[in-house]
Design a protein around this ligand. Structure first.
Ligand code: B12
Ligand code: SF4
Ligand code: SF4
Length: 394
């Protein structure tokens, strides 16, 4: 590079960065004796002045508009901070909710209402594939409501709860004999109201509400991680075995830590078929995981129809429902002896029940006993179920 070329570079690239190879040869040219060095220094000074000027203008602009820029920035900052603060509050609230439930001996899990569609798809897919008996589908599964309730259209979360429940024993007196009769866990509905109260007490001061949900509860409990399926198709929760009532609630309380897992079966079921062997009706089969629910004794003795001829009357052992597949399960060890005695029915009261006297015409103390046992819904089927039990014990 000669002086002429160097000079033209000064003006051509004034204020700009020189390409690497040019800047290198310029440096080499100026490093030796160069008469254009003076001009280069002048040009550099001009550049410095120009840069200082630009910086000054920039500073003035900043000083004029800074409050607005700062305002915007601080607003964004405030929003992010507020958002994370609220999220933390919700997470704390979620934890508080679980620990409060645990204080009452109850376990719960929260998931987002986004999963309603997953629950619905799962049930509908099985229905399309013909897995459900028509009557069972109509009588039980069409009841599910996969939508937030009208009074809470903006529901954000589903709270699924397992409430431990014992077997209930009632005593019926008939023809000079006393008959102890078992009602399996889950037929008492009162815990649903208790849990609703616990949740409301916690959430309403924060401006949130709860409303009961009618959903496939085992599927929801297992998908939320609250429990696992047993081969008998019942849901097991650690520490409670299968002796718990499931329930679910909608809430407008936002779910900050969503949990949605693959359905799982308990490890213990891998090498066990005790429930399958104990089921008298063949409802639990090796051909498929899903229960042949239309064969289940519970379906038959909860329903209004006469028992089919293939059902051995000696199989019945509960006022309603069935306990065989839970009784033999190792995961219920230590829980099966948990039985609470709740009511005694005199010879007269038993007679009224057996002749199916209309509920309204029963003595009020009998009405109260049946209501406390949540048996009003089943009142019509009690004579049929009691007769098979009495006959078996005669
Ligand atoms: C309909 C119904 C019945 C029907 C049908 C039962 C059934 N298995 O579906 C009948 C009348 C027979 C019945 C019987 C009983 N019931 Co019931 N019943 C219900 C009800 C109303 C709905 C259940 C349901 O969603 N069924 C639909 C089927 C499709 O759901 P699912 O069983 O979860 O099936 C899923 C899995 O099988 C899975 N799946 C399919 N293939 C595979 C494969 C693998 C590997 C895996 C992991 C999963 C998987 O996909 C299916 C969903 O698509 C619920 C209350 C409610 N609102 O949920 C009570 C409920 C399930 N019943 C209950 C109980 C206790 C009983 C009985 C023990 C009766 C009793 N109390 O004595 C028996 C048990 C029968 C049994 N072994 O399952 C409790 C269960 C509590 C618990 N701890 O799990 C519930 C939740 C009532 C309550 N509020 O607590 N019941
Ligand atoms: S009896 Fe055995 S196979 Fe059946 S649910 Fe219990 S552990 Fe599983
Ligand atoms: S509840 Fe009774 S009939 Fe139904 S699957 Fe269990 S053992 Fe079988």
């Amino acid at each position: 590079m000669n002086c002429k070329e160097a000079k033209s570079l000064f003006s051509e690239f004034f204020g700009q960065e020189l390409p690497q190879e040019i800047s290198q040869s310029l440096e080499e040219h100026l490093a030796g004796y160069s008469p254009c060095k003076k001009e280069y220094n002048l040009a550099s000074q001009k550049l410095k002045l120009f840069r200082d000027f630009c910086h000054l203008i920039y500073t003035i602009i900043q000083m004029l508009f800074y409050p607005r820029i700062q305002g915007k920035k601080s607003h964004e900052f405030f929003c992010v901070k507020e958002f994370s603060k609220r999220n933390q509050e919700r997470r704390n609230m979620q934890k508080k909710l679980s620990s409060e439930l645990e204080k009452h001996g109850v376990k719960g899990q929260i998931v987002s209402t986004h999963h309603l569609v997953h629950l619905e798809d799962e049930i509908e897919e099985k229905h399309r594939q013909g897995f459900f008996h028509t009557e069972l589908y109509k009588e039980y599964l069409l009841e599910f409501k996969f939508k937030s309730p009208e009074r809470m259209p903006d529901a954000q979360s589903l709270i699924v709860v397992a409430y431990p429940q014992p077997q209930i024993r009632i005593i019926l007196n008939w023809k000079g004999k006393s008959y102890p009769v078992i009602i399996p866990p889950t037929y008492l509905y009162t815990p649903d109201r208790q849990v609703e109260k616990i949740l409301s007490r916690l959430l309403s001061p924060q401006g949130y509400y709860v409303a009961k949900a009618t959903l496939p509860l085992k599927l929801l409990a297992v998908k939320s991680g609250l429990g696992s399926y047993g081969k008998n198709n019942i849901c097991y929760v650690p520490g409670m075995g299968s002796f718990h009532r499931l329930m679910a609630f909608y809430s407008d309380f936002p779910c900050s830590e969503d949990n949605w897992v693959e359905e799982r079966v308990m490890e213990s079921c891998k090498k066990c078929i005790a429930c399958q062997r104990s089921c008298p009706t063949g409802a639990i089969t090796s051909e498929r995981f899903l229960l042949r629910a239309e064969r289940c004794l519970t379906f038959l003795n909860e329903g209004p129809r006469d028992f089919p001829s293939w059902v051995d009357p000696a199989w019945h052992h509960c006022l309603v429902g069935c306990l065989y597949c839970q009784k033999v399960c190792i995961r219920n060890n230590g829980l099966f002896g948990w039985i609470e005695e709740k009511a005694k029915f005199s010879e007269q009261e038993t007679k009224f029940i057996l002749e199916n006297r209309p509920f309204e015409l029963l003595p009020s103390k009998t009405q109260k006993k049946l209501s406390r046992l949540d048996l009003v819904e089943y009142y019509k089927i009690l004579p049929r179920n009691l007769r098979v039990l009495f006959d078996a014990k005669l």
